[in-house]
Design a protein around this ligand. Sequence first.
Ligand code: COI
Length: 361
Amino acid sequence: MTTPTIELKPSASPLSDAEREAILASPGFGRHFTDHMVTIKWTEGRGWHDGQLVPYAPLSLDPATMVLHYAQEIFEGLKAYRQPDGSVASFRPDMNAKRFQASARRLGMPELPVETFIEACDVLVQQDASWVPAHGGEESLYLRPFMIATEVGLGVKPANEYLFLVIASPAGAYFPGGVKPVSIWLSEDRVRAVPGGMGDAKTGGNYAASLLAQAEAAEKGCAQVAYLDAVEHKWVEELGGMNLYFVYGNKIITPALTGSLLAGVTRDSLLSVARDLGYESEEGRVSIDQWQADTENGTLTEVFACGTAAVITPVGTVKRSSAEWQHSGGEPGEVTLKLREALLDIQRGIGEDKHGWMHPL
Ligand code: COI
């Protein structure tokens, strides 16, 4: 595999410093984008080529471009944080790069070398460093690497041309309420992914498949949907855009990777952070009935969602067709908050990075 060198073709920001600062003061999530983007092409027979950092701009695509019809697309999400000394570091970009390769394999797309993925993220953050929010808060620069099939044609087959891009967006809390607990609708009929499908790939199709249930959840007054396995409709898998953790006193349990849920980087990190804090952590199976019964008998003490965008968000109210219950009296639980603080401290450079997760730029 060839590794392209990324050619820098920057231009002056279209925004004034004051305009950028106003956005950074209250960035929201995924609403604003930085001044540049990285693009790298892949062509059959030639491999990766024409890596460039260019001004952020719309793409021009032929209406018959394959991704628009057959959804051959994958993406990633990772964050860069301002450190106490003013420098910037990203969190575990190697994990995202490897998962991007796994997603590419699943969708019949070419694998971008890990070092090229990291270089692409690095050059964008370095160029647009003024967009990384200040140290101290929870804000960060969210990076969105993605790849689309760009061959033009309507035959259903893996494309022979692709475009890889990285864009960046200053990010505050994913949920408007921040650390306020989110409400969950437990979907007992609609599934997100099936065994042998692509539930463990980070591809837009999985998110599209979740939108109807998400709209139904909103009608029931819930912010997110928890999906069950597609065979027995019994085992809790994930929330569609984030993983789940169940807190049993001193032990945290997350659904094991069965192939139909995403291997979240935050999920993986928390298995270690929890142990560092003296908790037990494990991957396991939790059924929907167990979720309800263990809440009622008091052994299941807290539940939280986790992901790059969501960080760690407590789960409050849970609704299923036959019942409704609440965790931690609708307040963030103690273990949830401790884990959240410990992880954010590592990311913000004020906690010891004993696993070597931070990637300085
Ligand atoms: C992330 O946490 O980075 C995600 O991709 C979840 C969502 C914003 C799609």
